[in-house]
Design a protein around this ligand. Structure first.
Ligand code: HMG
Ligand code: MG
Length: 296
């Protein structure tokens, strides 16, 4: 049975903007974030505490948190102890750590192998849980890796289980380069649902090959009711060549509403958010809902 309600975690201000080479002025990011909250989200990734040398776009994370960080449901990303400590001192209550299944990807993205990074993250997760912080773990290359190709679902399950056992509250399981098919999405999420019944499971699809909406439908059939998406379909990991944007939030919301599934998100307010950020980003906005929208 399909759910009556689906939670959308907006990742536009973080995943959406991180791949833009031109720096988006902080006040424009803040206005974008405010408009997105107005559209009705309960959870949003607003920035990431990563190295400004690696991802210059996120170098204003402290300022973003100072101005926009006190809203319930605010999530920030952090890859390591320094990022986690900075996130905590900025007042973060919900922190997303991230790690890929594939070591080749992790070496490019965080300069560590999967096991080296995990060894360091486990004590950090323990200490975050002791402080009452909500821990989300973003699992990259859960289906395919840009360097290693197809990933064995058992390897993804194994890493997910390590995060769950370390105390992560949520797993956001990602098709980083948008290669998964709906049958692969159904199979992996059915496996994860069955094996990790007490962990919140979220699906994070990039839309490189335009299979993200079909993958969301397949994941709904596997019992998933939480999805990450990015307004305008912006996004992509700078260290995953070939990765294009996340699935566009407005298309996800439109599809779900047409299926009688509530999200609490007003897609027309997302079109206004797109108009606000459009002058500052290089990527075209190609979502079906945006292209057909009358209030561009
Ligand atoms: P490194 O160079 O190996 O770091 O980078 P290090 O530990 O050797 O430290 C070197 C310098 O960086 C030091 O400064 C540290 O203080 C500083 P120095 O002494 O030279 O002045 N440093 C930091 N500065 C700010 N924030 C930090 C931090 N850590 C160390 N957190 C590091 C390792 C992890 C920092 C780097 O590789 C990095 O920042 N990577 C982030 C990459 C990234 O943001 N990728 C995109 C997000 S993941 C994603 O998009 C996927 C997702 O959407 C799901 C999916 O679709 O797959 C979530
Ligand atoms: Mg992503």
């Amino acid at each position: 049975k399909l759910p009556d309600y689906v939670t959308i975690i907006e990742v536009g201000p973080r995943d959406g903007l991180q791949n833009e080479t031109q720096f988006v002025p902080t006040e424009k990011k803040l206005a974008f974030i405010r408009q997105l909250w107005t559209a009705g989200f309960k959870e949003m990734e607003v920035t990431s505490f990563v190295s400004p040398k690696w991802v210059p776009q996120m170098m204003d994370s402290k300022e973003v948190m100072k101005q926009a960080g006190n809203k319930k449901g605010t999530i920030v990303l952090a890859p390591n102890k320094k990022g986690i400590d900075d996130a905590l001192s900025s007042g973060a209550k919900s922190i997303a750590v991230f790690l890929g299944v594939s070591t080749s990807f992790n070496k490019k993205n965080i300069n560590k192998s999967t096991s080296e990074a995990m060894e360091r993250l486990v004590p950090e997760i323990n200490s975050l849980k002791a402080k009452g912080i909500f821990v989300r773990a973003c699992i990259s290359t859960a289906f395919y890796c840009p360097y290693e190709g197809k990933i064995d679902p058992q390897s993804t399950l194994d890493l997910c289980r390590q995060f769950a056992e370390a105390g992560a509250d949520e797993l956001s399981v990602a098709d980083t380069i948008g290669e998964a098919s709906p049958s692969e999405a159904f199979e992996l999420f059915s496996l994860l649902k069955q094996q990790l019944p007490s962990t919140l499971l979220t699906a994070h699809f990039h839309d490189t090959k335009k299979m993200a909406l079909a993958n969301i439908y397949a994941s709904l059939l596997a019992g998933i009711d939480r999805f990450d998406s990015s307004t305008g379909g912006l996004g992509g990991c700078p260290f995953a060549p070939g990765a294009s944007g996340n699935v566009a939030t407005e298309d996800v919301v439109y599809m779900l509403h047409r299926m009688g599934i509530q999200t609490g998100v007003n897609p027309d307010l997302l079109i206004e958010a797109i108009s606000m950020i459009k002058p500052y980003v290089s990527r075209p906005f190609l979502s079906g809902y945006y292209i057909n929208s009358k209030i561009k």
